[in-house]
Design a protein. Structure first.
Length: 659
């Protein structure tokens, strides 16, 4: 990653220093005049951004808050570039983001993956007369950004990166857009234009700058934050509000947003139940889609889930069904186009009344309804609460959030991606806590028990700074040398893992060495071997480092594992974090029909569930947080067995729980 980031930095510096794509002022003025004939007028910040990206540098960056009119500005820039003789091309990480860029600016756009596929085939290559505009650049990982920038630099083209590093983070590793902006600079557009009311624009600005509490206060004061006893009740009230508003303003655009696909399906089903009760869904047809069997009827809202160039639809495109039968469907897309297709050729469909927040970045509608769940963070809440023109309603259940303070803590969680190069300047205790998913718990300790938390962190830091005790010449050390002992254990664990990887069992000599090494580590600290091996299991890179003599990180991790072992609340946080990560991975694999890989993840989750039988204290804590694990009701049996049944790995499955 460090090598990738270095290459990214070098290519960005080369592009930023190159001045080959200057647009004459007369062409910029022609672009503005042409836009003016369509009633488009740029604000002062938009015009400053327009001047910046047409000045001539081969790399330009624009950071724009949600709803600031970035696409409008890019539409004017497109005309100026074309007047100057350049070809303008657009790209984005997701298909729906590319579609939004194209509809908002008239820049022909496609996904970055599609562009890279063409480049690998030596087709549709960039030229020195090309300007490549990438929207939602904050969602692009470091590796992919490095490939794109290197290709642009090699072909002599110009690159314009547009986005907001505070919105949804990159799925892949790294925060490339933020890092490039820090190194090369750019311009910002902060004047919110999307929302019609001034207080809502102020709330969006607060969300963009991390002041989530200020935004929530504004929406609560205007009656837009709704609490219910349970998430189920909150969901029902959201649908009631959505249905009432739909009946009052049928021509307005609207969408329901939440965090997970499971919640999306429940919300879609509830919305359709209202429509069916109003006799607005007739002659429904059962269709086997990529996500399972679904009922569709004329007038249904629908979402496309796969990019398909022949139809001109993207993953996330929305529309309304004009005609449907068991074999064929016709859809009027929200952009005004009509498409028709056979179900056997395209079955990647679902209902489109509700969507995940990740599907909504770049979307603009009149009204938004949001169901808050524990998986949200600052970035997702910013996106969800800034999609609307007229209004947004936020619903939550008190079984997920006991009060608005708990809601605020979740919606304010900072989960910004880092670059590998950031870590040589990072507090190692904080970095490890974030990597293990327990930073929120430590923050809670700081708030509720500052003395205890400060003492815990000070003790950890003191152990990190303290040099290994050096015995006097000729005298015996008071105990085992921790660095030598941990390095020894790293070497034997590495040797046994290698033997297992080639199909050989550990030899009797290796098993004896492992037991002797464990005993020596236990002399360093009670349960030291257990804690070190738990750290090794969580981060295999620690084994390699320790075996090579780089033991400091492994020792720090072992010390924090001891804290986790003795504090069940930290263990609960870690269990929930890992369960949610694995469940999301399992759902993605199942959605792509990678059943073997999904089965391996499911087995790992089953082993986690079974481990609760050995830790009744942890199981008791997790019962009170069952909704964060995906259980809606109080388990009648053990929590572990209920979790195993939920993921389809119960007693009837063979491996896993109950065997």
């Amino acid at each position: 990653m460090i090598a990738t980031e270095h290459s990214l930095e070098q290519a960005a510096q080369t592009l930023a220093a190159r001045m080959r794509h200057r647009v004459p002022a007369s062409d910029v003025e022609r672009g503005e005049a042409s836009a003016g004939t369509r009633g488009v007028s740029l604000g002062a910040e938009q015009r400053r951004a327009l001047i910046h990206i047409t000045e001539g540098a081969d790399l330009s960056l624009v950071i724009g808050y949600a709803g600031t009119g970035k696409s409008t500005m890019l539409g004017v820039a497109r005309e100026a570039w074309e007047f100057a003789g350049y070809r303008v091309r657009g790209a984005a990480l997701s298909g729906i983001a590319a579609e939004n860029l194209e509809s908002g600016s008239a820049i022909p756009a496609r996904t970055i993956a599609s562009l890279e596929h063409q480049w690998r085939q030596d087709r549709d290559l960039l030229t020195p007369r090309d300007v490549l505009v990438i929207d939602e650049a904050g969602m692009i990982g470091a590796r992919q950004m490095e490939r794109v920038i290197s290709e642009v630099e090699k072909r002599g083209a110009k690159l314009v990166l547009v986005g907001d590093p505070q919105q949804l983070q990159a799925i892949e590793a790294g925060a490339a857009f933020r890092a490039i902006h820090s190194a090369q600079g750019g311009v910002e557009i902060t004047e919110i234009r999307r929302q019609h009311q001034g207080w809502q624009r102020d709330a969006t600005r607060a969300l963009a700058t991390g002041r989530v509490g200020e935004a929530l206060d504004a929406y609560r004061e205007h009656g837009a934050v709704h609490a219910a006893a349970t998430r189920e009740t909150a969901r029902a009230r959201l649908i009631e509000c959505w249905d009432r508003e739909r009946s009052a303003r049928p021509q307005a655009s609207r969408i329901i947003l939440t965090h997970t696909n499971d919640e999306v399906r429940l919300l879609n089903e509830a919305a359709r139940a209202r429509l069916r009760a109003a006799r607005q869904l007739r002659d429904e047809v059962e269709i086997e889609t990529a996500r399972g069997e679904r009922s569709f009827a004329r007038g249904d809202r629908i979402m496309f889930l796969r990019n398909e160039r022949s139809l001109g639809v993207k993953n996330g495109s929305l529309g309304r069904i004009a005609r449907v039968d068991a074999l064929r469907m016709s859809v009027l897309l929200d952009d005004g186009r009509s498409v028709a297709f056979d179900i056997k050729d395209y079955a990647d469909l679902d209902h489109g009344y509700a969507a995940t927040i990740h599907k909504a970045q770049g979307l603009t509608v009149d009204r938004v309804h949001v169901l808050a769940t524990p998986g949200l963070d600052r970035h997702a809440s910013y996106v969800a609460l800034s999609r609307h023109r007229d209004g947004v309603e936020l619903h939550y259940g008190r079984d997920d959030f006991t009060d608005e303070r708990a809601l605020l803590r979740t919606l304010s969680r900072e989960r910004s991606k880092d670059m590998a190069g950031d870590y040589d300047r990072t507090d190692p205790v904080r970095a490890f806590a974030e990597r293990r998913g327990i930073a929120a718990r430590i923050a809670e300790l700081v708030r509720t028990a500052p003395h205890r938390a400060r003492q815990m962190v000070d003790n950890l830091r003191a152990r990190q700074r303290a040099p290994a005790p050096q015995p006097k010449r000729g005298a015996l050390a008071p105990g085992p040398d921790p660095h030598r002992t941990v390095a020894r254990h790293g070497r034997i664990v590495s040797a046994i893992l290698f033997a297992q990887s080639v199909g050989d069992p550990a030899s009797p000599e290796q098993r004896a060495e492992l037991q002797a090494s464990r005993a020596e580590i236990d002399r360093l600290a009670p349960h030291g071997a257990h804690d070190l091996e738990a750290a090794f299991a969580a981060d295999r890179g620690l084994i390699r480092d320790a075996a090579g003599g780089q033991t400091q990180r492994a020792i720090r991790a072992m010390q924090l594992e001891a804290e986790l072992r003795t504090d069940p609340r930290l263990r609960a946080d870690m269990f929930i974090n890992r369960w949610q990560v694995l469940d999301q991975k399992r759902q993605r694999l199942l959605g792509r029909y990678e059943e073997r890989a999904a089965s391996r993840v499911t087995q790992t989750m089953a082993e986690m569930a079974k481990s609760l039988e050995r830790d009744p204290q942890l199981e008791s804590l997790l019962r009170g947080r069952r909704h964060q694990l995906g259980l809606s009701n109080i388990p009648e049996r053990s929590l572990g067995q209920s979790l195993a049944d939920m993921i389809g790995w119960g007693r009837s499955r063979g491996p896993g729980i109950g065997m």
